[in-house]
Design a protein around this ligand. Structure first.
Ligand SMILES: [Mg+2]
Length: 122
């Protein structure tokens, strides 16, 4: 692990290549179909959700609970790895997808109508 890597200095291309190498070296590419990756992604999201089942944690409680924080971090990484795997499988440019979708969201939720903290129109 390169400890100098962090969110500020690491590109999406780095993650795509690292996940691709991990999968290729294990000869798992045949298992990485869109259906399998979408299901795996859903399972990892369920694993994250399970950490909160029948519990209500505040942000402060999560930050103080090292074991819980590490479990959340691990599940988010699993989700991200499968997301990147799916992006690789379909040849998606995630930055373009992100920018296209955020522009759609900006049009769908104009600041003039959604500046009062509500998620829905009046
Ligand atoms: Mg997991």
């Amino acid at each position: 692990m390169n400890s100098s890597e962090n969110d500020k200095n690491t590109s999406i291309a780095f993650f795509k290549e690292k996940v691709n190498n991990f999968v290729r070296k294990r000869n798992w590419s045949n298992y990485h179909t869109p259906k399998n990756l979408i299901q795996a992604l859903g399972i990892e999201i369920a694993e994250l959700s399970e950490l909160f089942l029948f519990k209500e944690y505040s942000v402060d409680e999560i930050l103080k609970n090292k074991s819980l924080f590490e479990s959340i971090s691990d599940e988010l990484a699993d989700i991200f790895i499968y997301l990147i795997s799916l992006v690789n499988c379909l040849g998606i440019d995630l930055t373009k997808s992100f920018n296209n979708k955020i522009e759609k969201n900006e049009r769908k939720y104009p600041i003039k109508e959604f500046n009062d903290g509500k998620y829905y129109k009046k």
